[in-house]
Design a protein around this ligand. Structure first.
Ligand SMILES: *Cc1c(COP(=O)(O)O)cnc(C)c1O
Length: 351
């Protein structure tokens, strides 16, 4: 291959742009454990105010943001209600249980990614020594590329509040959700939409290192008092960094320059889905944001073993076996998408 491979494995694979690298190099720095890093402080203020919270905490990863969130809401012996496929239940090594003795109470998702209110209600335990104390509802938006309907988010979080539960959002891809929401004929800006979602929750974690294109970093937002507790958890988890302003500057640059452009990623995801439509045995889920999921059935499924290697040979990186995932991001363009479509069609002899 002479051209660089188009990497559709995840939206985490982006490299900092020239402008972002300049912002990193120019960032004023200090020791953030002393609270002295001006770039970290500025980022925390920027994301907190953008999403309508009193305070925010810069953390190295989204996993740590969720851990700090859950452990700041819950004590030992508490539990949180969470989706079966949620990152902060399934994909974080059981951290809340391991480090916090906080028990997850997973609930099955509806086809649109939501958790049914009746399932949430059923999972809430009475105040009785037999049970863990149900303390928190954790939602995720987007979830597997799906946008949770905003009316649902409002209803579910109001319901949780009424039941005395705190509400945490894993908003690793909150801005993808906001962009998708703003594109459905809304008169609101993308930032308004992000705030509208975020304000349903007591705490929100967002990733700068996914579609926003920063190399490292997430933020946890909440009340001042909540963030003070989260800071202690971050320290215990080893996430209190020193001259972290270089990373915060990248995140800050991403907030200024890379939010609106997420719409282009969504357009490219639709282009890919349309290009893959009609291949025998290849079922394409219509994408709502920047992820395309493809299920292989029948003869296509029988041929699946060599597919990822074939795609790599054609300069297209993806993941999966019977269910493939393609994620679009900053470093993907239309030519790359067309290469992926052509490589898929050639593999299934349907060029
Ligand atoms: C990526 C991701 C995270 C955090 O991931 P890190 O790799 O730890 O930064 C959390 N939640 C969701 C939904 C994610 O996609």
């Amino acid at each position: 291959m002479t051209t660089k491979a188009v990497d559709l494995r995840s939206d985490t694979v982006t490299r900092p742009t020239a402008g972002m690298r300049q912002a990193m190099a120019a960032a004023p720095l200090g020791d953030d454990v002393f609270g002295d890093d001006p770039s970290v402080n500025a980022l925390q203020e920027k994301i907190a105010s953008a999403l309508g919270f009193e305070a925010a905490l810069f953390v190295p990863t989204g996993t740590q943001g969720n851990l700090c969130g859950v452990l700041s809401h819950c004590q030992r012996g508490d539990e949180y209600i969470v989706g079966q496929m949620a990152h902060c239940y399934r994909w974080e090594g059981g951290g809340a249980a391991v480090f916090g003795s906080v028990q997850p109470q997973p609930v099955a998702h509806q086809p649109d990614g939501s958790l049914a209110l009746s399932d949430i209600e059923e999972a809430i335990k009475p105040d009785d020594p037999h049970f863990a104390r149900t303390r928190l509802l954790a939602l995720e938006n987007t979830l597997g590329g799906k946008l949770l309907p905003v009316a649902y988010v409002q209803e579910a979080t109001a319901f949780a509040k009424e039941k005395g539960l705190a509400r945490h959002l894993d908003g690793a891809r909150l801005f993808n959700a906001a962009v998708a929401q703003a594109s459905t004929g809304s008169a609101r800006t993308v930032l308004d939409e992000a705030r509208r979602i975020a304000q349903c929750f007591d705490s929100v974690s967002v990733c700068f290192s996914k579609g926003l294109g920063a190399p490292v970093g997430s933020a946890l937002c909440g009340s001042r008092e909540f963030i003070a507790r989260a800071k202690r958890v971050r320290k215990m988890a080893g996430g209190a960094m020193r001259q972290a302003g270089m990373l915060a500057a990248a995140a800050s640059y991403a907030l200024d320059h890379h939010i609106e452009r997420l719409a282009q990623d969504h357009v490219l995801a639709r282009r890919l889905a349309e290009g893959l439509a009609g291949i025998d045995g290849v079922l394409v889920e219509p994408p709502q944001t920047n992820m395309v999921f493809v299920d292989l059935t029948g003869a296509a499924r029988e041929k699946s073993a060599g597919l990822i290697t074939h795609l790599a040979g054609e300069g297209v990186l993806a993941t999966g076996l019977y269910r493939l995932r393609f994620a679009t991001h900053l470093d993907v363009d239309a030519a790359g998408i067309d290469r992926a479509i052509a490589a898929m069609r050639r593999y299934f002899d349907q060029a």
